[in-house]
Design a protein around this ligand. Structure first.
Ligand code: SAM
Length: 289
């Protein structure tokens, strides 16, 4: 039988990253967590995994995010793929939030890096991270405890969270949509719209779609199953389609972009608002009764 040819990810990125990653530290981390207990505790048996999620290999890892290796290596690798720096890129999202939100939801929170930043930036807010992978949630929860940051992590599908309508002032999705088919991204935005209070803010931090279109080799190197479809799409248009207003996208360096939109206020409340508030999505939140 002919040997399976190596993917570009395996040929080029894995050798480079394996030099940068501290294997011993990762092994120590793996051994310091009781994954079996953690995964059982986080798993919500009601959650149904969508097909795209079960059948795709993300980051070249078989079984995508439903395994310990993905959760263990995610942070170690991600720090090298967010130029000019992971913190700076993530802070672009956190700093774009206007006002003092009371409840913030981080969809597809993964290992919770942005979720923790949100709580540190808004210590009085209740911050919830939601993800489909119990393993990623175990890692996120471990980080939150180690840092004594009080956030809640939930196992769930961002397309249908089961959370009450109008229960969050801010909903975010960081690095989620380049890993979902565009139809799923649109469904997630509709769900986010439902979850937001009127005047609530939606923020999407992800790969820069213009750059991805102009530099096809990036999609080849990263080998994410839906990244080409994502690059051909337009998050602004998806936000508009979901019902958001004041939609805009700005570059975050060269490789990423931040998109935002606002859930419209009911007409009666808009009339009472100063003109300035009606024009920018990053001004303080309206506080519904
Ligand atoms: C590239 S990671 C991003 C993680 C994190 N937001 C970050 O910025 O590092 C994508 C995450 O989205 C999660 N995910 C993918 N589809 C999802 C869905 N429909 N609902 C909830 N989480 C999802 C994956 O399990 C994974 O943890």
């Amino acid at each position: 039988m002919a040997p399976e040819s190596k993917t570009l990810f395996e040929q080029f990125l894995v050798p480079i990253l394996s030099h940068l990653v501290d294997r011993d530290a990762l092994l120590r981390l793996r051994d310091s967590i009781d994954w079996e207990v953690g995964v059982t505790e986080f798993t919500n048996p009601q959650v149904v995994y969508p097909n795209y999620y079960k059948t795709s290999n993300f980051h070249g890892i078989k079984n995508g995010y439903l395994n310990v290796d993905a959760a263990l290596t995610y942070d170690a690798i991600t720090q090298y793929v967010l130029p000019p720096g992971e913190n700076w890129v993530r802070e672009s999202l956190v700093k774009a939030i206007g006002g003092q939100p009371r409840r913030i939801l981080d969809l597809g929170c993964g290992t919770g890096t942005t979720t923790l930043m949100l709580k540190r930036h808004f210590p009085n807010a209740e911050v919830v991270g939601l993800d489909l992978s119990p393993q990623m949630l175990v890692m996120a929860d471990y980080k939150a405890h180690a840092a004594t940051v009080d956030v809640t992590f939930r196992h769930g599908n961002a397309m249908a969270t089961g959370l009450p309508a109008a229960s969050f002032d801010v909903v975010c999705a960081a690095l989620l949509f380049h890993e979902t088919p565009p139809a799923v991204a649109k469904t997630i935005l509709s769900e986010a719209y439902r979850l937001l209070t009127p005047g609530g803010q939606m923020l999407v931090l992800d790969g820069n779609q213009r750059t991805l279109r102009a530099s096809d080799w990036l999609s080849t190197i990263f080998e994410e199953p839906f990244i080409r479809d994502y690059g051909q799409g337009n998050v602004d248009a998806w936000l508009g389609y979901a019902g958001f207003e004041k939609v805009r996208t700005e570059d975050v360096f060269w490789l990423n972009q931040l998109s935002r939109g606002r859930k419209p206020l009911p007409v009666a409340e808009r009339i009472g608002q100063p003109e300035g508030d009606r024009q920018s999505a990053d001004l303080p939140l309206a506080q519904p009764a």
